[in-house]
Design a protein around this ligand. Structure first.
Ligand SMILES: *[C@@H]1O[C@H](CO)[C@@H](O)[C@H](O)[C@H]1NC(C)=O
Ligand SMILES: *[C@@H]1O[C@H](CO)[C@@H](O)[C@H](O)[C@H]1NC(C)=O
Ligand SMILES: *[C@@H]1O[C@H](CO)[C@@H](O)[C@H](O)[C@H]1NC(C)=O
Length: 334
């Protein structure tokens, strides 16, 4: 009997020893398991720079000239990339999109022609057709060069219009008659414009509060179809990326297109905003685009933003008017 009591500690250690050791080992194991798991999770949430997360893997991008056909199968792996359709599509950067971009078409009706054909890695380059010019930096269409009645001072170039000699600089009674007509017409017109500009300035000063409420109804007819191209960058600067996305989404841009633009410009929200707005504007067309933008923003209760954008556009137009006005005054003085 006493032998058993002596044996007890022995039995205990021989059973419990390995058991507790096993327990400890188990705990240590699950600890490192947890660590691995959490490492995997953090790995899954953010990839190294330039890589892109898809189905839990961080994938390499596809090179220019190709598009993704299937995601990668291991971390850091290359996805399956296939060529863009030559002459129809291109990609000009590393990217993660399943689509190539459509090549630009140089629209002859807008005074454009092909300067460089589209390749798989470069978009079409357009230029103005002969006798057309375009003097803005983001050129979407070219205007026909002015033909001069009284002689040329400077020839038309692809980036600047013809400079014509003024009617009254040439001699002859016919042109004197012309300048008389011009004076008779220009004086009342410039007086009208001058008054209008003054009135608007006064309104802007006095009735700022009032104009916030009634601006959409008061939007002058000539503003509805304003060309937004040259304003897009400054508009984009005023808007947050979420506001831009919300706006294009509500106004007919497809989710895949939005994603594509996002993926094509990773980490560059400024460029994303510009591309989103430009894309929307291109597919919407000039007609009513400005109104749609302003109305949408107001509907989304972004009154201050709408106001700011209207101010920017208005300022440009007013200064154009004033320039035209000044020119007219000069001409009528001359
Ligand atoms: C973590 O990911 C690797 C592959 O990326 C995998 O082999 C491993 O089993 C994962 N570990 C856990 C705990 O999920
Ligand atoms: C572009 O390609 C077309 C045929 O695909 C060809 O007729 C034209 O000359 C090319 N233009 C230039 C500028 O290379
Ligand atoms: C562009 O050309 C038009 C027409 O000749 C002219 O009214 C306008 O002032 C020009 N703009 C610039 C930036 O040169």
């Amino acid at each position: 009997m006493s032998e058993i009591w002596v044996l007890w500690p022995l039995i205990f250690t021989s059973i419990a020893g390995p058991l507790s050791k096993g327990d400890n080992a188990h705990v240590a194991d699950s600890n490192s398991e947890m660590l691995k798991l959490s490492k995997n999770i953090t790995k899954r949430e953010s990839c190294d720079e330039g890589l892109y997360r898809e189905h839990g893997f961080c994938c390499q991008p596809c090179p220019p000239g190709k598009r993704k056909n299937d995601g990668c199968k291991i971390d850091g792996g290359e996805p399956e990339c296939v060529l863009c359709a030559e002459g129809e599509e291109y990609t000009d950067k590393n990217h993660h999109s399943y689509n190539c971009r459509r090549c630009r078409v140089c629209d002859g009706e807008h005074g454009l022609e092909v300067e460089k054909n589209c390749t798989r890695t470069q978009n079409t380059k357009c230029r103005c057709k002969p006798n057309f010019f375009c003097n803005v930096s983001l050129c979407e269409h070219c205007n026909p060069c002015t033909t001069c009645e009284h002689g040329i001072i400077e020839k038309c170039t692809p980036t600047s219009n013809t400079k014509c000699r003024e009617a009254f600089q040439s001699t002859g009674s016919r042109s004197n008659l012309h300048s008389l007509w011009a004076l008779l017409i220009l004086i009342p017109i410039s007086a009208l414009i001058y008054r209008e500009v003054k009135r608007r300035r006064r309104n802007r000063k006095n009735g700022h509060q009032k104009s916030i409420a009634s601006n959409t109804e008061m939007m002058p007819v000539n503003l509805t179809d304003i060309d937004l191209v040259k304003h897009i960058i400054s508009i984009a600067e005023q808007m947050k990326i979420t506001e831009v996305k919300e706006f294009v989404r509500k106004n007919g841009m497809e989710e895949t297109k939005i994603d594509e633009i996002k993926h094509d410009n990773p980490q560059d929200t400024a460029e994303q905003k510009v591309q989103l707005l430009r894309n929307w504007y291109q597919s919407h067309g000039k007609k009513d685009a400005y109104c749609t933008l302003i109305k949408s923003l107001r509907k989304a209760k972004l009154h201050a933003l709408a106001e700011k954008i209207q101010d920017i556009v208005q300022k440009d137009i007013t200064s154009e008017h004033e320039n035209a006005n000044l020119q007219n005054e000069n001409e009528s003085l001359a």
